[in-house]
Design a protein around this ligand. Sequence first.
Ligand code: TXA
Ligand code: MG
Length: 372
Amino acid sequence: MKTVVINVDARHPERKALLPAAEALRKGELVAFPTETVYGLGADALNPHAVSEIFRVKGRPPDNPLIVHVAKREHIDQFVKHVTALANMLLDAFSPGPLTLVLPRSNRVPDLVTAGLDTVAIRLPAHPVSRCLLELFSGGVAAPSANRSGKPSPTQAWHVLEDLDGLISTVVDAGPCQYGLESTVVDATGDRLIILRPGSITASDIRRVTGQEPLQDQKRQSVQGLLAEPIGPARSPGVKYRHYAPRARVVIADIRDQNLSSLVKAWCEKGVRVGVFASRQSLGQLGCLCPDLSTIDRVAFLTRTAQSPACCSVTYGPDPDPVQAGSALYDALRLMDSYSMDVIIAEGLPEHGVGEAYMNRLKKASEQEVNE
Ligand code: TXA
Ligand code: MG
């Protein structure tokens, strides 16, 4: 299959340019599109065959349910039994935006979408391109992140093509996604909210608007990168799988630790290719002389007229900051993989606010075993 790439302006997408993408969805084809979190791989949520194609091309385990994306709040009703009072409070405050709500499902939703659960996940993305596409399609679009299962989520169109070129009908390219971390998933079925996956909308944001401290589905995890066991069976099936992982081994570290710099040196001397992902400030303190990937001629590398560097760095911003780190993380992991790094040392940050979501993804990327 030839994958068609449609280029659109991120802020002011032309409706006309998106018509073929909406038509492809209507025909039961798969369309990757940008949201403000990551790129999604969309299919008509009410077409079981189209939805089954998502699982096939991603290599996704069938017990991991999908999020249904809609353009407007009134479109939610056809997919859910009812919208709970707490869900309405969250919708008032955060939608459209990087938030997904798990609600009791209606019978119209195919079992494939919900993996047989009696709940369905719903999201109203805020990105002008996803909104325009969803409006043109005027239905629900089931969409996981548009990567092969287990790989880092795509935050740019080339990430989608790296995994799915030739396997899907269309990619809508509107440049990089703003947040770069997937949406906060909140179980809003009962009278106590549960954060199933942390994201850019944080526990304290939720407390502020509901007056209620949300529960966390997973135990807090240590900075050393050891994954704690979920308490009882995972409520959100997706959280039990290895995720977000590049080919290289990922090590979470305090970049300013004195011992790290001698460790990096020792690795380099042994011929281990090391990539460092950190803020400029932290990298300066590490005293790492690895060239920044942004200064390397990528075309020369890809056309093999230049060699892959023995070590490299990617900086996400001037100072340690989970918002900027989260936004750049997946691109950095994929870039360093493409430059054949053996080990990626990623800057660990305090686990509050968006730091919780950033560290959650980093820990999953650093896990060496599939955690089933
Ligand atoms: O930002 C995002 O959420 C992106 C964009 C494309 O919207 N989507 C995304 O989808 O990250 P995916 O499939 O990669 O992750 C969806 C998560 C999984 O952890 C899944 O288990 C959980 O949502 N989920 C979906 N339906 C659920 C349900 N009914 N109950 C509990 N968890 C559910
Ligand atoms: Mg995903």
